[in-house]
Design a protein around this ligand. Structure first.
Ligand SMILES: Cc1cc2nc3c(=O)[nH]c(=O)nc-3n(C[C@H](O)[C@H](O)[C@H](O)COP(=O)(O)O)c2cc1C
Length: 207
């Protein structure tokens, strides 16, 4: 089966893209509103792209009725956000944070999620997140006025202590259980892991 993109309507394109390009990591982005309300929303059109500087990108689209999402409004105003990651204990709350919250009700407050102050920016992070990165906006790419690709530069990493061997600079993989986005309301666990021996390539194999 094949389709020219031009022959597929937007909704079906979304389905084809999200049903195959998976699992996707989830950025649970915290931002601050004009009255100080802390907002949290998940984004799975997301990834990291560089380490020098550390760059993350996620895409915020408009709501189906055309309203701009709080995350985008807040980032446009402050130029700051935190990317928090989600593991199994937090996954349900992450999913529930997509309810239609008015801007004056913060998802962390409503869902009883603890916040911890950031160091380099004013936006707090989610205290229980396994990993979080304080970010300032690096660049924003406007896509046809209906979505923004937000590129953030990481300023500071926060890692939950029990997950990290600071001496070896290694994650304790047996204790880290991130959740991936499949599509729609489906997620996956990441505990069924596979290890391949080092790849040798044709030159080494011929020796
Ligand atoms: C796992 C997950 C991933 C999501 N990924 C995106 C995304 O990449 N881009 C987007 O615009 N919305 C995405 N959404 C929907 C937003 O999280 C949702 O619209 C949210 O309510 C926006 O909140 P805000 O208005 O507080 O910013 C996703 C939802 C879930 C549950």
């Amino acid at each position: 089966m094949q389709y020219a993109v031009a022959d597929v309507n937007h909704h079906d394109r979304y389905k084809i893209l999200t049903a195959f390009v998976l699992p996707r990591p989830i950025a649970w982005v915290t931002t601050i509103g004009p009255t100080g309300v802390v907002n949290a929303a998940p984004f799975s059109f997301f990834n990291v792209f560089a380490e020098d500087p550390p760059l993350v990108m996620f895409a915020v689209n408009k709501r189906p009725d055309g309203r701009i999402k709080d995350t985008w409004i807040n980032i446009e105003r402050t130029g700051e956000f935190v990317v928090n990651l989600t593991d199994e204990p937090l996954a349900r709350a992450m999913h529930e944070s997509i309810g239609d919250f008015p801007p004056d009700i913060g998802e962390p407050d409503y869902l009883d999620l603890g916040l911890a102050p950031s160091v380099d920016i004013k936006v707090p992070r989610l205290a229980q997140a396994p990993w979080a990165m304080e970010c300032k906006t690096w660049q924003v790419i406007n896509v046809k006025d209906d979505r923004q690709l937000v590129i953030g530069e990481g300023l500071r990493f926060h890692i939950r202590d029990e997950l990290w061997d600071a001496k070896a600079m290694r994650v304790h993989m047996d204790k880290y259980h991130p959740i991936g986005r499949m599509f729609a309301d489906r997620y996956c666990r990441t505990d069924d892991r596979v290890l391949f021996p080092a790849a040798e390539g044709p030159k080494k194999a011929a020796e």
